[in-house]
Write a protein that binds this ligand. Sequence first.
Ligand SMILES: [Zn+2]
Length: 258
Amino acid sequence: MDKEISGKKISEIDVANPKCLNMPFDRFKKIVVGKTVKSVESKGKWIFIKLEGDYVLLFNPGMGADVISFKAGGKLPEKYQLKFVLNDKTGFTIRVWWFCYLHLVQASKLSEHKLTGKLGANPVDKDFTPDHFKQLLAKKKGNIKTFMLDQKNIAGIGNVYIQDMLFCAKIHPQRTIPSLSEKEMQALYESMRSVLNESIQLGGLKYEKDFYGKNGRYGPGQFKIAYKPDKPCPVCHTTIQKIKTGSTSSFICPKCQP
Ligand SMILES: [Zn+2]
């Protein structure tokens, strides 16, 4: 997205669901149309579209969304709720699966934005080191799975990815943080990075689309124990169990993750 739209000017916007905006559509349009995109970045489940003139467009796809580019004169998808047209007549449409947020904020006031201002560390950032991870865990009391899924601690891990991260580190999801050894923290850091990087390399999950409309390739073939109840553990062949952990489900090998 950064490669395709940076440096281009936004010339037209359609919003069929103005409830996703944080201001009336007229005002939103007045500020955004005519602005050049400086860069596009991501953090956690948010896309940050930086615009000239100290503005940032913040997009959160909720349960998921197809954000797909189109060429000048190209065919648009049948269904979408948002459309951005750029000055060279290319652009992108967004089809939201359930709900989304599209907020316009001033860059200087980004830290005050309720939903993104407190986002935690980016787990795939090269500056996010094992020491940084261990510092985050220091003095924390709750259980490790809840901690990892809380976007204020680490931004971007959901219930799909956490399963194999804990399995590869041989940590039960209900272990408390103070009970983790230094070695286990290191193992969890490494599995967190490797699970996410593998998915990124494969273009994301199979049911997700990239900016060109191509589906990801990360799915059950890559999962180790995630969403595989009653199948054998790939390491010790013990039957994988599905258990309830708070408000989420967990998949564990009871032998590898005591
Ligand atoms: Zn096992």
